[in-house]
Design a protein around this ligand. Structure first.
Ligand code: ATP
Length: 313
């Protein structure tokens, strides 16, 4: 049984579509990243999964509980940790009281261990907290009852780079412990670092659902080459090169073809320098984020170089 399962999940706010016909499953032990531009429907999905919004159509189950079955969902939520985008803690309480309150409701298996990694000033009132402190308190709260599933809405927003890295390490360790993690993000590098799979949402629809490794391997390589002799872009471009841009003494492009073909091609030129870098995950994501329709994006997901090129333009 998948830990999260949506079938045709649709949420409308009057005439506004929040999410439209979402179908996907998150398996036990997976770390799943949910990406999409502003207004794509990430928060709507998360709030629906937690029973805070009711679906207009379709179904969703978390830990086997239908989200519309209040009794079953209350039971399931004992085993779920939730970190909302807007934390909404009671401003007058100290951090300690917030955690004590949570402990009384859901339990407290791991507070000490978590506070060693994320250390908000527990003795101070929430109104005195910085954004990052509040986020850290939220992380401790989401994990302290040792849940089987943790759902987080943009968990690293407001954390400084050091704390973000600590959070990523922590999530990797959680994965080893077998915790299922579902989180939304705008941060591509964090998804690449910690997720097994990613779903990309655009205008309420799921436009991609795949392994991060597949996404990366299909993304090609970023290449930058400097040449001793001038050559026109048209003459230099071969199959598999995407978004070829002139730079001083050469070109930069994404390469999705066979390595040998590229090396043979480069050997025909007088090469001063060549750099072959990271797969351009950002390009792939920008393709989904950009102003193309969802149908086109799906073709791009199947590996169409032309579509990726179109998105670069
Ligand atoms: N309470 C509401 N009433 C009306 N429309 C809403 C409401 N909440 C969300 N929406 C709309 O639903 C769509 C999806 O919004 P949602 O907040 O789920 O997106 P998101 O992907 O979480 O965005 P962000 O990255 O900006 O947080 C948007 O068009 C938004 O304006």
């Amino acid at each position: 049984m998948p830990t999260i399962e949506c079938e045709g999940l649709t949420k409308r706010y009057g005439d506004v579509v929040g999410v439209d016909s979402l179908s996907f499953a998150v398996e036990e032990g997976e770390v799943f990243g949910f990406l999409g531009p502003n207004g794509a429907g990430k928060t709507t999905t998360i709030r629906t999964l937690l029973g805070l919004l009711s679906p207009t159509e379709g179904t969703a189950r978390v830990l086997g509980a239908e989200v519309t079955d209040e009794g079953a969902l209350i039971e399931a939520k004992r085993r779920i940790g939730y970190l909302p985008a807007h934390l909404g803690f009671d401003e007058g309480l100290t951090g300690e009281r917030v955690l004590d309150h949570h402990a009384a409701i859901k339990g407290d298996e791991r507070r000490g261990e978590l506070l060693e990694l994320f250390d908000p000033p527990l003795e101070r009132a929430i109104r005195e907290y910085s954004t990052g402190n509040e986020r850290m308190l939220g992380i401790v709260q989401a994990f302290m009852h040792d849940p089987d599933l943790v759902i987080m809405d943009e968990p690293t927003s407001g954390l400084d780079p050091l704390k973000q890295e600590r959070f990523h390490e922590f999530i990797r360790a959680e994965r080893e412990r077998g915790t299922t993690v579902f989180f939304s993000s705008h941060v591509l590098s964090e998804v690449r670092q910690v997720c097994d799979r990613v779903g990309i949402l655009r205008e309420g629809r799921l436009v991609a659902l795949e392994d991060v490794d597949d996404l990366l391997s299909r993304g090609g390589k970023r290449v930058r080459v400097r040449l001793a002799d001038p050559v026109s872009r048209a003459a230099f471009t071969i199959e598999g090169m995407v978004g070829v841009e002139p730079i001083a003494d050469g070109f930069r492009f994404t390469y999705t073809g066979e390595y040998n073909a590229l090396l043979r091609h480069l050997a025909e030129h007088d090469v001063i320098d060549v750099e072959i870098g990271e797969p351009p995950l950002e390009d792939v994501f920008m393709h989904y984020y950009g102003e193309v329709d969802a149908e086109t994006a799906e073709e791009g997901a199947a590996g169409s170089v032309t579509e990726l090129e179109g998105a670069d333009a």
